[in-house]
Design a protein around this ligand. Structure first.
Ligand code: ADP
Length: 431
């Protein structure tokens, strides 16, 4: 009986097992196809998302369907143009910022909370003499040895406040900078950004301006005091002093002449500096300007017993202004006569070669000490102040000459031997 049941059961189990296997097989087959299609759709979406950032054209084919994946694909497709727009505008913004930073004359430096350099532009690297590209993450202390800049950045990081300070960086061959530093982001990962504006030239100009104003005031004060003093003396009885009254008036006249010389020279300097106001430069004859200047100083030379020796002059033309060129020669010739010895000589030579003309004005005068030579072209600089003033000098003549020569694209140099004489050489481009 038991045997029968067993046999009967075995007969039933076989088809059942076969069915189960078939179902399992079908299920695995279905699962396989479903997984394959699913993973294909997922990779399509992934590829689409990746292409979204860098491919110029978007792949329009995205899996469809009403399931979650299909919904995801559709929503991705819908937002894709917006994402593309955002990415493009970010790229544009990035390159715009890069271009601004590269072309900026100001140095830009950014550090993180640990004072490590996160960014610096070319100008900053050049300023401190660092090699480009500067490796991001380098400690600021390694890049800039000066403690000043580190102190500023540390203060900004600690306080989160803007710092504005003037700084001299030894790394930048003692250039002065106006540093404006501020925080970037908030704590705990606050960084700091500094902009360095080179003010060395500005400081120099400021110094020059102050010195100039002080010098002008000083130069004006002396003749004005003398004029006032002698005028008062005359009024307080000097007019009746028949022995001295003429001398007092002569002093007033000479001091007034000096004042008008200073005013004329200052005017020349200011005209040279604002060259835009004058007429445009044009071809002018060097010979004509020199001959006219020689006529101007002739009588002073005769009075001093100085001989003007001028060889035959070539007729070359330069680009400039007649009056300016004549003023250059008058100033040099006047000095050559003034600072000469009795019965001395002034020699004028002209040589032109290779598109340049050299005009030499040499004298047999007192000469200039070698330590003063580099400074004689400075405004109001005189080797012997008293002697220069006594001769009606303003101390502005040579600075006017240098300015005018350089404005014509030329140069001037001086050679001198104390007690033997000086030689000024002007070089100008010819046409
Ligand atoms: P100044 O009005 O005193 O002549 P300049 O600017 O023309 O002013 O010259 C500056 C100074 O250079 C003079 O005061 C003088 O000391 C010196 N100097 C200029 N030319 C000569 C020269 N030919 N010989 C000697 N010293 C000169």
């Amino acid at each position: 009986m038991d045997l029968y049941v067993a046999r009967h059961n075995a007969g039933l189990a076989r088809p059942l097992l076969g069915g189960t296997v078939l179902v399992l097989l079908l299920a695995s087959l279905l699962a396989f196809f479903f997984t394959r299609s699913f993973s294909r759709r997922v990779s399509q979406i992934r590829a689409y998302a990746e292409r979204l950032l860098d491919s110029p054209v978007l792949d329009p084919a995205l899996p469809s369907g009403d399931d979650d994946l299909g919904l995801l694909a559709r929503s991705l497709q819908r937002t894709a143009p917006r994402i593309r727009e955002l990415v493009e505008s970010l790229k544009l913004e990035g390159s715009r910022r890069e271009a601004i930073l590269v072309s900026m004359l100001e140095g830009v430096l950014a550090v993180d909370k640990d004072l490590r350099v996160t960014f610096c532009n070319q100008s900053f690297a050049r300023t401190i003499g660092a090699r480009l590209p500067v490796i991001p993450g380098i400690p600021l202390a390694e890049l800039v040895r000066d403690p000043g800049l580190r102190e500023i950045m540390t203060t900004v990081l600690a306080t989160g406040e803007r710092v504005e300070r003037r700084l001299t960086l030894a790394a930048a061959t003692a250039h002065s900078f106006e540093v404006l530093a501020g925080p970037m982001g908030g704590p705990p990962s606050r960084g700091a950004l500094a902009i360095l504006h080179d003010v060395t030239e500005l400081e120099r100009l400021e110094r020059v301006r102050k010195d100039f104003v002080a010098n002008v005031s000083h130069e004006l004060r002396t003749p004005l005091t003398a004029i006032r003093g002698y005028a008062e003396t005359l009024l307080e009885g000097g007019l009746e002093d028949l022995q001295n009254n003429r001398r007092f008036v002569e002093i007033i006249l000479s001091q007034a002449t000096r004042l008008s010389n200073i005013a004329a020279d200052l005017l020349s300097l200011s005209e040279l500096e604002s060259s835009g106001a004058t007429a445009p430069p044009h071809p002018v004859s060097v010979r004509a300007a020199l001959e006219s200047a020689l006529r101007t100083v002739e009588s002073a030379a005769r009075l001093q017993g100085v001989t003007l020796l001028c060889e035959k002059l070539e007729d070359v033309k330069v680009i400039g202004h007649e009056l300016r060129l004549e003023q250059i020669f008058v100033n040099l010739l006047d000095n050559a006569v003034k600072f000469n010895r009795p019965s001395g000589e002034v020699q004028i030579e002209m040589r032109s070669k290779n598109g340049k003309v050299n005009i030499l004005i040499g004298d047999t005068g007192i000469g200039i000490p070698s330590e003063d030579l580099p400074r004689v072209f400075e405004r109001f600089y005189r080797v012997d102040k008293a002697r220069s003033r006594a001769m009606g000098g303003t101390g502005l003549g040579l600075s006017i000459v240098k300015h005018a020569v350089e404005q014509m694209g030329g140069s001037i140099k001086v050679d001198s031997r104390l007690g033997e004489g000086s030689e000024f050489t002007i070089e100008l481009p010819t046409i």
